[in-house]
Design a protein around this ligand. Structure first.
Ligand SMILES: NC(=O)c1ccc[n+]([C@@H]2O[C@H](COP(=O)([O-])OP(=O)(O)OC[C@H]3O[C@@H](n4cnc5c(N)ncnc54)[C@H](O)[C@@H]3O)[C@@H](O)[C@H]2O)c1
Ligand SMILES: O=c1ccn([C@@H]2O[C@H](COP(=O)(O)OP(=O)(O)O[C@H]3O[C@H](CO)[C@H](O)[C@H](O)[C@H]3O)[C@@H](O)[C@H]2O)c(=O)[nH]1
Length: 324
């Protein structure tokens, strides 16, 4: 298949591009490089552009006939979205609407969309399934939920087939060590822990140790980025069989506390990673763990790298390489 990957120069998108190429699909990446990196795209065809630019999108679809689109473009920092909500709604919601309109004009009717566990807000129970209520507590989460609603409406009105994959915490890197997570500034836990292990100028902070969890720190469900990549291909196959709009939660179904992540990183790196406790970070729920039953049953998707040590080991290979 010929697949347009919007946001394919970013962390998750670049791993999906690599996975699609390895599985024999032809890929074109469209990305404005606002947070992504040209080098991460590898040998895939690259077009620099912005989904806010409808003319550029229309030109892209006029030049290439795509079988499907995968859409990773977003601003995605929860805290920043609270301070700059208009910027988030503009980039994420308006940008996606442009993309959907360009797809419709070109007659492209399949989309895989990067959604997030942030659509749930404060969870009502563990093992969050797809029927859990959606009450996002940040503009970032709200922007993703608005897009899900647009996709549901587009299914009814225009026959768009789409799958929203609600990732929990994407983590790890390709085992080759050639691509990985590189954000500036970095806000995510595992890269920050590894930067501290490398002795970079990072003072590792643990945000809150008074949560109602086994050691007082937040519990998250870390899902390996290549397992997310395989889910995207499964979603594409799923859409060949099914009409309409579908959502899937993607996680391991296992939660690790922040301290457990730091201890696993100490084991992997052999470094004594120092940290200090800081205030809770606004908008952080205590526990976020997915129920992956629906994705397992309907897409036959099973994550392969589920141990936190194995996940961190792949990220460590990448971080050690970029240090040099
Ligand atoms: N990283 C996670 O743990 C996580 C969890 C849940 C959901 N998500 C979602 O997954 C997607 C990818 O996340 P990521 O961590 O790889 O982020 P990322 O910032 O590394 O990748 C996003 C990519 O989109 C590009 N982009 C952004 N706005 C654009 C625009 N207007 N036009 C063209 N390109 C644009 C960026 O340059 C970047 O390459 C995002 O939609 C994010 O919301 C990520
Ligand atoms: O330096 C750090 C960074 C993070 N944390 C803690 O580690 C946990 C994980 O934080 P991340 O920033 O790595 O990930 P989030 O759970 O905040 O966010 C991820 O999951 C969200 C869904 O809830 C969104 O989708 C978001 O885009 C995605 O990055 C949180 O308890 C956070 O407070 C620290 O203690 N110190």
């Amino acid at each position: 298949m010929k697949v347009l990957v919007c946001g394919g120069a970013g962390y998750i998108g670049s791993h999906v591009v690599r996975y699609l190429n390895t599985n024999g699909h032809e890929v074109v990446v469209f990305d404005n490089l606002s947070t992504g990196h040209r080098e991460a795209v590898g040998m895939a065809q690259f077009v620099k552009g912005d989904i806010l630019d409808s003319a550029a999108l229309n030109e892209l679809f006029a030049n290439c006939r795509f079988d499907a689109v995968m859409h990773f473009c977003a601003l995605s920092q929860v805290g920043e979205s609270v301070v700059e909500p208009y910027r988030y709604y503009h980039n994420n919601v308006v940008g996606t609407l442009n993309l959907l309109q360009a797809m419709r004009a070109a007659g492209v009717r399949k989309l895989v969309f990067s959604s997030t566990a942030a659509v749930f807000g404060n969870p009502e129970h563990d093992f969050i399934d797809e029927n859990h209520s959606t009450r996002p507590i940040s503009p970032y989460g709200a922007s993703k939920l608005m897009i899900e609603r647009m996709l549901a409406d587009a299914a009814g009105a225009y026959g768009l087939r789409s799958v929203a994959l609600r990732y929990f915490n994407a983590a790890g890197a390709d085992p080759s060590g050639e691509i990985g997570e590189l954000h500036e500034p970095e806000t995510h836990l595992i890269p920050n822990v590894l930067l501290a292990a490398l002795g970079k100028d990072v003072e590792l902070k643990v945000f809150g140790n008074d949560y109602p969890t086994r050691d007082g720190t937040c519990v998250r469900d870390y899902i390996h980025v290549n397992d997310l990549a395989s889910a995207h291909l499964k979603a594409m196959h799923f859409m060949n069989e099914r009409e309409g709009f579908h959502v899937f939660n993607l996680g391991n179904g296992r939660g690790f506390t922040v301290l457990e992540v730091i201890n696993a990183a100490r084991y992997v790196t052999g470094e004594n990673i120092n940290f200090k406790y800081a205030q809770r970070r606004t908008g952080d729920p205590a526990v976020l763990v997915a129920s992956g039953d629906k994705a397992r049953m309907l897409m036959e998707w099973t994550p392969q790298v589920t141990d936190i040590t194995d996940i961190i080991e792949t990220a460590w290979r990448w971080h050690r390489r970029i240090k040099h």
